[in-house]
Design a protein around this ligand. Structure first.
Ligand SMILES: C[S@@+](CC[C@H](N)C(=O)[O-])C[C@H]1O[C@@H](n2cnc3c(N)ncnc32)[C@H](O)[C@@H]1O
Length: 198
């Protein structure tokens, strides 16, 4: 009960501070998938305040979660939040630019699930590394792939065009890559789910 209240507080503070945490509908969908999958090891790209990592670590299979965050202030808040949920032994927060960090990440035990939720302009780099780091039969889940509808829209403001084009390429790649079986769910900001067959 106490932990439930703590998680509510973490969510409330994130929303008050306009931290872009997973929307409820997307989180529900992902938690449902994780509960079917029963992962033991999850890699998350984009920690923010640790809200999604905490939710993932709290499922029945009690997976280990490695999560990467580029901003030091977010990293510090995430560490505090994870500690207040007593999950510091289950969640490892890495302060790094994931585009650099992932290149050098060479794991003996691959991940059951990789969750991509960071800079939209970098999704292609994240995907390439996610395929390398996920197990055969594992999942790659990416949030924000429809970017508030912009990915499906004919006209976009100049400032959004690079991200929109990269997300379109991401969707094309997960559709065409023979190692992936993918679906895009129009929920929240758009969630792409890919099963990896190596
Ligand atoms: C949408 S938020 C993550 C929300 C979090 N997954 C949740 O639902 O609780 C995206 C986060 O990714 C971080 N980020 C952006 N680019 C990054 C990068 N290249 N490497 C690591 N983190 C990055 C941002 O600082 C931000 O905190």
């Amino acid at each position: 009960m106490e932990k439930e209240e703590t998680l509510k507080r973490i969510k409330k503070e994130a929303l008050e501070n306009k931290v872009p945490i997973l929307q409820d509908a997307s989180l529900d969908l992902i938690l449902m998938i994780l509960n079917i999958k029963n992962p033991k090891k999850i890699l998350e790209i984009g920690t923010a305040v640790g809200y999604s990592a905490i939710n993932f670590a709290s499922i029945d299979s009690a997976p280990f979660v490695k999560t990467i965050e580029i901003k030091e202030n977010m990293y510090n808040i995430a560490k505090e939040n994870i500690k207040s949920m007593e999950l510091q032994n289950q969640i490892e927060v890495v302060l790094a630019d994931a585009t650099e960090y992932l290149k050098n990440l060479d794991e003996e035990n691959l991940y059951d699930v990789v969750f991509i939720d960071a800079a939209k302009g970098q999704y292609l780099v994240f995907l390439e590394n996610a395929i390398r780091l996920v197990k055969d039969g594992g999942l790659i889940i990416a949030d924000n792939v429809l970017f508030k509808g912009r990915v499906l829209s004919d006209y976009n403001e100049h400032k959004h065009r690079t991200a929109v084009n990269r997300l379109r390429t991401y969707l094309k790649l997960i559709e065409e890559d023979k190692r992936l079986k993918s679906t895009v769910v129009n929920i929240g900001d758009g969630v792409a789910i890919s099963i990896v067959k190596k």
